[in-house]
Design a protein around this ligand. Structure first.
Ligand SMILES: [Zn+2]
Length: 225
């Protein structure tokens, strides 16, 4: 049986580079892959961009309301008809932006279609809260693998911080959509994150469905209050 793999890390941990390398490894052996990502915005960015300079277009994008399973099977059938060769692997970039049911579909693709699925994504947002897709992937993937990167202090970076026009910010939407300002992210270790955030994790919000909403609040963690 094929497996669902979740390779997660902070920003700049080389996820796209790893994905493109994995695709290359399959293709070098004459095997076929499909590259996909969720439709994140209306800008229509359908490339996978490695920080090392390699860029490759995805084979398909999946909209927020679409069934990943259906879109995948359509694309897979088209590919296999066109080439006469079977698909060997599905690779998904920016998997943190998938919905929970789309992640369930990734598991179905591995189990029912017997296609290995490599999903790459950021574990948590700039407020240290899991993205919906990443949370589901952490729950149900067969295999979890952390891709590591280094904090400015030399320790392993695990959190992402957001800078707007050069200033750290800890409030705002999960995905920054401000126009006209420069938004960048810096990956930090826990200690450096706390130093910049004033001792606060999970700063302002956690999207939850009732009745779990009472399980968390927006106050600082007790240890750092
Ligand atoms: Zn650090």
């Amino acid at each position: 049986m094929a497996k669902l793999y979740f390779r997660y890390g902070a920003m700049n941990s080389g996820k796209s580079t790893n994905l493109l390398q994995a695709a290359f490894n399959y293709e070098e052996r004459g095997q076929q892959v499909l590259l996909a990502k969720p439709l994140i915005d209306t800008k229509g960015n359908t490339d996978i961009v490695s920080r090392l300079g390699v860029t490759r277009p995805v084979d398909f994008v999946v909209g927020h309301d679409e069934s990943f399973f259906e879109v995948f099977n359509r694309e897979r059938n088209a590919l296999e008809l066109r080439t006469g060769k079977p698909l060997s692997c599905l690779l998904v970039d920016e998997a943190q932006f998938l919905t929970e049911s789309q992640v369930d579909d990734l598991l179905r693709i591995a189990i029912i279609e017997n296609i290995p699925v490599l999903a790459y994504g950021i574990r948590t947002d700039f407020q240290t809260v899991a993205f919906p897709g990443s949370r589901r992937l952490l729950e149900i993937s067969h295999s979890l693998e952390e891709l590591k990167t280094i904090c400015r202090c030399g320790k392993k970076a695990v959190f992402n911080t957001r800078k707007v026009d050069g200033v750290f910010v800890f409030d705002g939407d999960q995905v920054a959509i401000e126009d006209g300002v420069e938004v960048v992210y810096e990956s930090l270790c826990g200690a450096c994150y706390l130093k910049e955030s004033g001792g606060v994790f999970n700063r302002s919000r956690r999207v939850l469905v009732e009745p779990l909403a009472t399980a968390y609040n927006s106050a600082p963690d007790a240890d750092f209050a």
